[in-house]
Ligand binder design. Structure first.
Ligand code: NAI
Ligand code: MG
Length: 353
């Protein structure tokens, strides 16, 4: 018998309750085939938990999930709950408390899918966004004063540290060495001249340590246009927390749907468990109908297995996804008629075959 991996499963809210179980069924099929064990424990945290208990997860929630090998997560947030809370009280909390400073977000056009970019094929759309995940614009370092008066004032201050830039830079350059040896640093340092000027300076210092990797800088306005006009110029993109958040939805869009994007919030040193989740949110507009696309969630399972060292199983899941899309088995977001469970069944039956 192979290893046993203890996985904390957090469906979260909305479509999380449909796509996470779909992803777990794929994980179990891969475990059986590749002779390892996935032991799951479910945690019913999120906005639904908040409605019942006034808190997104119990006080000792982080200590509880710290003991697992990885966290498999859907998304949190419900229309009836204050939307400033999900990130602050769950997603960012896990990402920072567990030092998951890399947000790994691949963008790839699968077989059988047409990109909304008319002339682009799978040769052109194949790159990775490495989003800094612990600092930058999203540290929630700010204040609102006198909001209901003429003196109303609000401030958010982003934070960029040498350590933070160095570690995300090294991750990006090492990844590029395993891919096409090209790193594009996407910033806006011509206008955010202090924080992102410093980011660029440290990034360039690290780049010098990887002379075999081509290094370039692009501003985010140009990068957005380039995602649409010439995505083939990208291999590894390294960028800040907010820019990475925005660009990864655009990445999802050029793949054909937000529902396709998988990701990992990774602590590369493995001092803490990493968390794997799709790039999108809880999609309350389509929840409960069995129509959500589970592929981003399933891709996240493959990224998780790769991180845990089960590379063959991870590759097999990716083949199963492409086999499914190539056969035209697609959910409504891709103009298909298949349900969430039918996609999962197709992926599972490929793995079992
Ligand atoms: P969203 O990503 O949930 O949805 C945006 C659009 O994409 C919607 O039309 C939705 O139906 C569609 N979509 C998303 N995933 C899909 C899938 N798998 N299959 C088919 N269609 C899909 O973003 P939105 O609407 O801005 O946010 C909804 C809630 O999710 C909010 O409460 C927000 O705070 C939360 N959220 C949570 C995240 C997390 O937990 N990591 C990340 C982003 C948003
Ligand atoms: Mg996002």
């Amino acid at each position: 018998m192979g290893k046993t991996y203890k996985i904390a499963v957090v469906n979260g809210d909305g479509i999380g309750n449909e796509i996470v179980p779909a992803g777990v069924s794929v994980l179990q099929a891969a475990a059986t085939k590749y002779n390892f064990e996935i032991e799951t424990e479910n945690f019913f945290w999120g906005a639904g938990h908040y409605l019942k208990h006034g808190i997104f997860m119990p006080e000792d929630g982080i200590d509880t999930i710290k003991k697992f090998d990885a966290i498999y997560f859907g998304a949190v947030g419900l229309p009836e709950v204050d939307d400033t809370l999900p990130a602050k009280d769950y997603t960012f909390k896990v990402r920072t408390d567990l030092e998951q400073y890399v947000n790994y977000r691949p963008v790839k056009l699968f077989a059988g899918l047409e990109s909304p970019l008319r002339d682009k094929t799978s040769k052109d759309i194949d790159f990775v966004i490495i989003r800094e995940n612990n600092e930058g614009e999203f540290v929630q370092n700010g204040k609102i004063m006198y909001p209901d008066t003429p003196n109303g004032l609000a401030v958010d201050t982003s934070i960029v540290t040498r350590k933070g830039v160095e570690r995300i830079a090294h991750f990006a350059f090492k990844l590029a060495r395993k891919r096409n040896k090209k790193v594009t640093n996407v910033t806006k340092s011509n206008t955010l001249i202090y924080s992102l000027g410093f980011w660029d300076k440290v990034m360039a210092e690290v780049a010098e340590q990887y002379p075999d990797v081509e290094y370039g800088k692009m501003y985010v306005d140009n990068a957005s246009a380039s995602f649409v006009l010439k995505p083939e110029v990208f291999d590894v993109i390294v960028t800040t927390n907010m820019i990475g958040d925005i660009l990864s939805d655009l990445g999802g869009a050029i793949m054909g749907s937000l529902g396709l994007g998988g990701s990992g919030n990774i602590n590369p040193e493995k001092d803490y468990p990493s968390m794997f989740e799709p790039i999108h949110g809880s999609a309350p507009d389509i929840a409960g109908q069995n129509v959500a696309n589970p592929i981003g969630q399933i891709w996240s399972a493959a990224i998780m297995l790769e991180h845990l060292g089960e590379e063959e199983a991870a590759q097999n899941i990716m083949q199963a996804i492409e086999h499914t899309t190539a056969k035209g088995i697609m959910t409504r977001d891709l103009k298909g008629t298949a349900t969430t469970t039918e996609i999962a069944e197709s992926v599972v039956s490929f793995i079992e075959s």
